[in-house]
Design a protein around this ligand. Structure first.
Ligand code: NAD
Length: 293
């Protein structure tokens, strides 16, 4: 396989390195020259444009911030420049309808497409332990599976086009609700005079357990490597969680699902997503729970 990897940010830079380390032929590109230079310094092949990167590829992986970037890149030259029947795999988290549109554009241009968003954060990207949720035909999923296995630990074929993004929407809605729940629990505990370490020791191994407590604990201390213990440096930025909850809101409304906690999480993160908070880890939402009402 000849892979073009586009989007060398917090996630993509690691994913591309892992593919190259596994012996794949990877050509990388990012619109930010610094990101390209850092990748080149690590010995990976780089291109001067996206179009140049995909010219010899038979697999194109994109890891961009949002749907608008994916659709613009597909429309503005990538689909035209890639050889016929190239497999376009978009790993960005984007709206379900944007994923469907991206796949439609790719198919119309004579290519194949998968939506393959990930969970597991920058640590998962670096360590190759991401979870992939993949939408698209079984025929297209099959050859891509070996690539997902290099970048991740768990790979789930969710269903047809858009299903990968649909799973991601549901997953991140629960993650936001759990994180707000964890934040409220630690704040209530503090107001009751409890030591956060005591709360952690119980809740990380009791029925209240969740990733938002045991791994991404929202208070500094109990988990030394967590964003909270590191001045809330992400991790997973509040801006990205707010974006994902916008997709959850759209999905809740379009399906008529009674999901008041999902909507409350959307509202809480939309309100929190201002100023410096935008680039803090999303567990920093605990700051909104610490003042007594
Ligand atoms: P990021 O902003 O760090 O990286 C995105 C990169 O894409 C940037 O370097 C940007 O310059 C580049 N880019 C944009 N348009 C481009 C184009 N046309 N050609 C080449 N490069 C282009 O974002 P990230 O944290 O790496 O996240 C990427 C995606 O993964 C997002 O959709 C995010 O929601 C999702 N995600 C992130 C995390 C996380 O913990 N950071 C976890 C799971 C999923």
């Amino acid at each position: 396989m000849r892979i073009a990897f586009l989007g060398l940010g917090n996630m993509g830079s690691h994913m591309a390195r892992n593919l190259a380390a596994a012996g794949y032929h990877v050509t990388c590109y990012d619109v930010v020259q610094q990101a390209v230079d850092a990748t080149a310094q690590d010995g990976l092949a780089t291109a001067v444009s996206g179009v140049e990167a995909v010219r010899d590829a038979n697999v194109v992986i994109t890891m961009f911030p949002a749907g608008e970037h994916v659709l613009a890149a597909y429309r503005d030259g990538l689909l035209e420049a890639a050889p016929d029947d190239t497999l376009f795999i978009d790993c960005s988290t984007i709206a379900i309808e944007d994923a469907v549109e991206a796949a439609r554009l790719a198919t119309e241009a004579g290519h194949r497409a998968l939506d393959a968003p990930v969970s597991g954060g920058t640590v998962g990207a670096e360590q190759g332990t991401l979870t992939f949720m993949v939408g698209g035909s079984a025929e297209n999923f099959k050859p891509a599976k070996s690539l997902f296995d290099v970048m991740g630990r768990k790979v789930v074929h969710a269903g047809e086009t858009g299903s990968g993004q649909a799973v991601k929407v549901v997953n991140n809605m629960v993650l936001a609700i759990n994180t707000i729940g964890a934040a409220e629990a630690f704040s209530l505990g503090a107001h009751l005079g409890l030591d956060p370490q005591v709360l952690y020791d119980v809740m990380s191994s009791s029925a209240a357990q969740s990733w938002s407590i045991s791994t991404n604990c929202p208070v500094p201390g109990p988990v030394p490597g967590s964003p909270a213990s590191n001045d809330y440096r992400p991790g997973f930025a509040t801006a990205l969680m707010a974006k994902d909850l916008g997709f959850a809101k759209a999905a809740i409304e379009s399906t008529g699902t009674p999901a008041s906690f999902g909507m409350a999480a959307y509202e809480a993160y939309t309100e929190f997503n201002t100023g410096d908070n935008v680039s803090k880890d999303f567990s920093a939402i605990i700051e909104t729970k610490q003042k007594k009402g």
